[in-house]
Design a protein around this ligand. Structure first.
Ligand code: ADP
Ligand code: MG
Length: 562
């Protein structure tokens, strides 16, 4: 008896689906890419429950005749390549002929299509890989694909689908990238009968960026351009003031396809290296045109990754193009817009330099705190530091770090028992967000409630802030929200995310570096410190206080006993 046999196409497709179709966003990506390949000028995506219940993509492309339609759900059925040579010069988004077969294997799908110039259309249905008979129906030119009950027959996948807002974050991200790479196409996204975005055909990338991310951002775009024989680099950089702690605002398009490429990401970050603090990433929109023969797009099932024939040259050209653009924008490369360098004290040495290896005790033991805070002299310097006399020496306190650390402790402690106290705004603040950010925030809502930030959906991609946490009452809600969005993205609503949010809150609520404090304020800060566990480090790991003992100072000044 033999043990080896061929798997049935149904099983093969279901396995393949595991690679190509991970979540509703993957279906949206594949369907929209098909519509782009079909020469559509208008593509409408309709979703129910973030695509978990229904995904519908309607285009006005070339459509399909009945023979083609009867083939679409078969594996390796494609109109886009014929031969091995074709694989060398792919100009379409798809070519593997497996998306529809995969989708059909794990959902209830239906396609209605009418070829351009035909009088009538046809319809085909598939459910869990089983095709039904083709039917002739009346239909407008173009194609309509409906995918229902995704993963109904793959319980393991179905179970891993996330809550609706989370899946919407993924879909928004996919569609944002596609919409940016094809500004000429009119894109419409409707979720649960509500319009998420409606992007009419734009004249180019700049216009599309403007209608999507707002005119304010578009006005700051720095154009870049570089043309060599094999590679043309175009697009826009943004000044370093625009940055995030992730690379989601880096768009790389290769021949109209949105791609991820660590080599290019490296070039981008390298161009900004001296302009941003570590862990911050710039905003860029890079559009690369390369001879299709110089890049292999067939290295990844969803074609997100590509392989260049000469990666080092591509890296060099992109880096140079970005540097040139940034140089023109900011001739003096040394100015750091985020961390403005402070003047070095003239005519003397800075304290920390004289003490070459200070014995840093960031923690002052209780018994040393003899004189009450009222009597202890202190001094604020440069709007950054507070120098305080202690019985055995001096403390140099980073005002922001200390306050941040205290707030962090305080919030953490409170939140274990109850929601943070909040303050209702007299005039609620309206914030307009990108769809991706909008859904991220909606996703975070249960945690926001806990933190005392009361937000409500308000029309398309806007939220209204009704109450803010007490600690942030002097701040515009916008600043806290954008801090959250800059720092929090990935992942589910767990303690790790909550902790990240508390960190943002502590940072935003703390006294800013560079602010001159009144003696009264310094006093209040130091007094408050007495009530807490004297945090030695801020949540980002920087020390709050440096202690220099008198012995250490005496030694540095070469004083021999007093
Ligand atoms: P691929 O895109 O890799 O060819 P797919 O499974 O995504 O494979 O699609 C199979 C084929 O179905 C395509 O090659 C194309 O001929 C046809 N097709 C799919 N979607 C559309 C559409 N929206 N309009 C016209 N033809 C389509
Ligand atoms: Mg395809």
């Amino acid at each position: 008896m033999s043990r080896i046999h061929l798997l049935t196409p149904t099983i093969v497709n279901k396995i393949a689906a595991g690679e190509v179709i991970e979540r509703p966003a993957s279906v949206v990506k594949e369907l929209v890419e098909n519509s782009i390949d079909a020469d559509s000028t208008r593509i409408e995506v309709g979703l129910v429950e973030a695509g978990k219940t229904l995904i519908r993509v309607v285009d006005n492309g070339v459509g399909m005749g009945p023979e083609d339609l009867s083939m679409v759900f078969l594996k390796h059925a494609t109109s886009k390549i014929n031969s091995l040579e074709d694989l060398e010069g792919i100009a379409t988004m798809g070519f593997r002929g497996e998306a529809l077969a995969s989708i059909g294997a794990v959902s209830q799908a239906r396609i209605v299509s009418c070829a351009r110039g035909s009088a009538a259309g046809a319809e085909i249905e598939v459910g869990g890989g089983n095709r039904k008979e083709l039917k002739y129906v009346g239909a407008p030119e173009g194609t309509q694909v409906e995918v229902r009950e995704l993963f109904y027959n793959v319980p393991a996948r179905r179970k891993f689908l996330k809550a609706t807002p989370t899946e919407m974050v993924h879909i928004s991200e996919v569609l944002t990238r596609i919409a940016m790479s094809h500004p000429e196409i009119h894109f419409l996204l409707v979720h649960n009968d509500r319009e998420v975005f409606n992007l009419p055909s734009a004249s180019g990338l700049r216009d599309r960026i403007g209608s999507f991310f707002g005119e304010d951002l578009a006005r700051d775009l720095i154009p870049l351009n570089s043309k060599e024989s094999r590679l043309e680099v175009a697009g826009y950089a943004l000044p370093p003031a625009y940055c995030r702690n992730n690379t989601r605002m880096q768009f790389i398009f290769l021949n109209g396809r949105s791609v991820r490429d660590s080599n290019l990401t490296h070039a981008i970050n390298e161009a900004y290296r001296n302009l941003l603090s570590p862990g911050r990433f710039p905003f860029v929109f890079l559009s690369l045109r390369v001879d299709p023969g110089y890049v292999d797009v067939n290295v990844h099932p969803t074609k997100m990754e590509v392989r260049f024939r000469e990666p080092a040259q591509v890296h060099a050209q992109v880096l140079q193009a970005l540097r040139k653009a940034l140089n023109q924008f900011m001739p003096s490369f040394s100015a750091l817009p985020k961390d403005v360098p402070r003047p070095v004290p003239q005519g003397g040495v800075a304290f920390g330099e004289a003490v070459s290896r200070p014995s840093v005790s960031t923690f002052v033991p209780k018994e040393q705190q003899r004189p009450s805070i009222e009597q202890r002299p202190f001094l604020q310097l440069h709007g950054y530091y507070i120098v305080e006399e202690t019985p055995g020496g001096i403390n140099i306190i980073d005002q922001h770090a200390l306050h941040e650390a205290m707030l962090y402790q305080e919030i953490q402690k409170t939140i274990q028992e109850r929601a943070l106290p909040s303050q209702r705004l007299l005039i609620p603040e309206l914030l307009e967000l990108s769809p991706e950010d909008f859904f991220t925030l909606i996703k975070l809502k249960p945690l926001l409630d806990k933190l005392g930030l009361e937000v409500e959906e308000f029309g398309r991609n806007s939220i209204i802030v009704r109450a803010v946490p007490q600690v942030l009452k002097d701040l515009e809600a916008k600043e806290f929200v954008s801090g959250l969005l800059e720092n929090i993205h990935e992942g589910e609503l767990n303690d790790h995310i909550l902790d990240g949010m508390i960190k943002v809150m502590a940072c935003k609520g703390a006294i800013k570096s560079g602010r001159r404090l009144t003696p009264y304020e310094v006093h209040a800060l130091l007094e408050k410190r007495e009530e807490t566990a004297r945090p030695t480090h801020c949540p980002h790991g920087r020390p709050t206080t440096l202690f220099f003992s008198l012995e250490e100072l005496d030694k540095q000044f070469k004083r021999r006993g007093k």
